[in-house]
Design a protein around this ligand. Structure first.
Ligand SMILES: [Zn+2]
Length: 92
């Protein structure tokens, strides 16, 4: 569930929800490896807010650029040297 007061500009995941899912995953076999969100009418790149919200450097971020015409671009990012950096996900 998003908590942002301006969801069209930024997203925020409920910390209670994160802790709940982390506890559930400790039971196995599932594991949280990342999360995704969209940027309506924006770039598929991390915003300043996204960088500030990078609370777990082990997680992969997937960001989707969406317009009225549909999905424009999808990119994945992993933390490299403290910053979200573009990564290539091979699709087979
Ligand atoms: Zn974002």
């Amino acid at each position: 569930m998003g908590l942002s007061a301006t969801p069209e500009k930024a997203f925020e995941i409920d910390p209670v929800l994160i802790i709940h899912h982390q506890k559930e995953c400790r039971k196995g076999p599932l594991k949280i490896i990342g999360h995704y969100h969209s940027h309506p009418n924006g770039q598929a790149e991390p915003s300043i807010h996204d960088h500030a919200q990078n609370y777990d450097e082990a997680l992969i971020w997937v960001i989707v650029s969406v317009t009225k015409k549909g999905v424009q671009e999808t990119n994945a990012f992993a933390t490299d040297d403290g910053q979200l950096a573009h990564m290539v996900i091979p699709v087979t």
